[in-house]
Write a protein that binds this ligand. Structure first.
Ligand code: SAM
Length: 231
């Protein structure tokens, strides 16, 4: 992967960036995504935010190598602290982190989202945390995608401003993804189902403490939800 040729996962994220966007990519270790978006003429300008010194330096180096210092600004900052309202960022991408971390980044600096109309988020795990965040912060799901790359399954959520209500199943599986039921979706939830059934079996004959009983009830419920969706 490099700034000319992204991984399939990041290329999918890039495909949701509107033409002419001013983008902030948070957790931008090599600044590949912002550089790609400028090279492709998609983004007008971009900010690459990184909280760790080493990856920040890699991003700075990459932007210099690509000759894009006038278009891509690299900032060492925690999450959306890399962005101020004056930057006029309208699109934020956050990829390659857990859903709860992405949700906490979005919650921490609400003023950075002032001009933002689109969030493109790629959680590695627990996408549900992002859907919960969206419901609570008046963002609605515009599109969802799921893909498999290098034996890992990735979800991508595209959010825009607006109210939305989601059922318990939609929060867990994604309203668009559970309708489309594409092969990676079926694979992901079939794997989860097998794991949950195994845990349930392993906890059947142990002492039924209150926490075990609670955990088993939760698993039984999730198994039933998943079986219904996969039918
Ligand atoms: N976004 C790239 C991608 O999807 O390929 C890099 C993903 S890498 C696994 C996650 C990056 O996010 C790391 O470089 C890490 O230092 C950075 N990161 C984690 N928490 C962050 C935060 N709160 N603010 C900014 N960057 C963060």
């Amino acid at each position: 992967m490099n700034a000319q040729k992204l991984s399939e996962r990041l290329a999918k994220v890039a495909s949701y960036v509107p033409t002419g966007a001013v983008v902030a990519d948070i957790g931008s270790d090599h600044a590949y995504l912002p550089c790609y978006l400028i090279h492709e003429g998609v983004a007008e300008r971009a900010i690459a935010g990184e909280v760790v010194q080493g990856p920040y330096e890699s991003a700075v180096k990459q932007v210099r190598q690509e000759g894009l210092t006038d278009k891509v600004t690299v900032r060492l900052a925690d999450g959306l602290a890399a962005v101020t309202a004056a930057d006029m960022v309208d699109t934020v991408t956050i990829a390659g982190m857990g859903g709860p971390l992405i949700a906490s980044i979005l919650t921490k600096n609400p003023e950075s989202l002032t001009h933002v109309t689109r969030l493109i988020l790629q959680p590695n795990i627990h996408a549900m945390a992002i859907r919960e965040w969206a419901v609570a912060h008046q963002f609605a799901i515009l599109e969802e995608a799921i893909l498999e790359e290098d034996d890992k399954i990735y979800e991508i959520l595209v959010l825009q401003r607006g109210d939305m209500k989601l059922t318990e199943a939609e929060l867990l599986f994604g309203p668009h993804l559970m309708q489309a039921k594409e092969a990676p979706f079926v694979k992901k939830w079939t794997r989860e189902l097998a794991q949950w059934r195994k845990i349930l079996a392993n906890t059947e004959n142990i002492e039924q403490t209150a926490s075990i009983v609670e955990k088993r009830a939760e698993l039984t419920h999730k198994i039933a939800l998943t079986e219904e969706v996969l039918q």
